[in-house]
Ligand binder design. Structure first.
Ligand SMILES: [Zn+2]
Length: 407
């Protein structure tokens, strides 16, 4: 083990920091400690020390790093200087296999830092910032018991009343962490807890666009849904965070959400890695329906097979689950899904039959015509069966179901 690893194995960042300044813990279970930042003129404690992951970050001036960086900054020395100081504090010495030359300090670097490296560092800082904010969230339990486990699985939290300046807009909001398809935490959405009608408060706020977060490239829930999409071979596209959570809670885990954007080509490319079968189920209001038709059109252009579930104007999956309860919601979704899949199959059969019909007049011989008819007959039989099934599978009206449930 080299000296650096030896130091890491015995030294705690929070102890090292507290040699210079006092820290206090944010709640007994918190993974972070907080103090006045020594790197800028700090009046409120802006320096956060992540005890679990052993890094620090100032949300005001942006300074951050590990314990070696902290000592370097405080002492104005390079990396090997910080190693020596830390080794002295912890009574560690260099061993024979330790070569200080293996650790060139930043100052001694002769190669210019490449642009690629700089942007990678920038991305690392952004990702680390997101993790730090996640650690600041408090546990949030939705009133609805059905949703509790799901909210936990999706790390939904409550932002505390005071936050670092970067995140102060999230104070007291319910926060939905957003991961990309690789599971990296890239952004947050914060939902206002009170009524926003008649005020100019925004119901949802979002992380700004950054090198790690482009709304047009993120589908909320895709990371959690991947396995279920592969298993069921199709995906539901819904409108919002809470719709994904409601569907997940009811067992329809192959669900993602657009979250306030129109479906883009990047979304389509992303989805095509998992499936080309889609059921679009956006909100029942006009905006949702217009967006649904647009999204379906784009997906069809990209070679997807697309079904739709149209909800009543006043409903979305989250409100339906809340009002119906889990059992009835599952039944409703199953019936609606089945109908949507039958419609897609019906359209597929019709397209095939049309194609054969269009070839009929090109057939020159009786044999050719006979072979075309032979291909058409089984398609017609299947079509008759599907149409019959559809006739016996009425459009499921959520309002109808709800009215009957309460009689
Ligand atoms: Zn600072």
């Amino acid at each position: 083990m080299n000296l650096k690893d030896k130091i890491i194995s015995v030294a705690r960042l929070e102890d090292v920091v507290q040699r210079y300044l006092p820290l206090h813990r944010n709640g007994s279970l918190s993974k972070t400690m907080q103090g006045i930042c020594p790197f800028h003129d700090d009046r409120h404690p802006s320096l956060y020390v992540n005890v679990k992951e052993q890094y620090y970050k100032c949300f005001a001036c942006g300074e951050g790093g590990d314990l070696f960086k902290f000592v370097q900054k405080m002492e104005g020395c390079d990396f090997s200087g910080a190693l020596k100081i830390l080794a002295g504090w912890y009574g560690l010495s260099e061993t024979d296999d330790y070569r200080p030359a293996k650790f060139p300090s930043v100052r001694k670097r002769t190669q210019p830092v490449s642009e690629e490296l700089v942007s990678q560092l920038h991305i690392d800082v952004l990702l680390r910032n997101c993790r730090m904010f996640l650690d600041l969230l408090e546990e949030y339990q939705p009133e609805d018991e059905m949703l509790r486990e799901t909210y936990k699985a999706f790390e939904v939290g409550l932002a505390p009343a005071s936050l670092p300046s970067d995140y102060k807009n999230y104070c007291n909001r319910i926060v939905f962490p957003i991961r990309n398809e690789r599971g990296e935490l890239v952004a947050f959405a914060g939902r206002y807890r009170g009524e926003t009608k008649g005020t100019d408060i925004r119901k949802y706020i979002n992380s700004p666009t950054s090198p790690i977060y482009h709304k047009s490239e993120i589908l909320y829930g895709l990371y959690q849904a991947q396995e279920a999409i592969r298993q069921h071979k199709f995906v539901y596209i819904t409108e919002g965070y809470k719709d994904v959570l409601a569907m997940y809670a009811a067992g329809f885990r192959n669900t993602v959400a657009l979250c306030g954007t129109a479906l883009t080509e990047q979304h389509a490319t992303l989805l095509s890695q998992y499936t080309r079968q889609v059921i679009v189920m956006l909100d029942g209001d006009e905006a949702g329906q217009v967006n649904g038709i647009k999204s379906a059109k784009l997906l069809i252009e990209k070679g997807f097979s697309v079904g739709q579930i149209i909800l009543e104007p006043t409903h979305d999956p989250d409100s339906l689950l809340g009002r119906m309860g889990r059992e009835d919601f599952i039944e409703y979704m199953r019936a609606a899904t089945r109908r949507s899949r039958l419609e897609v199959y019906e359209a597929f059969l019709l397209r095939n039959i049309e194609q054969i019909v269009s070839q009929l007049h090109l057939a020159l011989t009786m044999e050719e015509r006979a072979s075309l008819f032979a291909r058409m007959i089984p398609l017609h039989k299947r079509l008759a069966k599907v149409t019959g099934l559809l006739a016996h599978s009425p459009v499921m009206k959520a309002d109808w179901l709800l009215n009957n449930l309460y009689i």
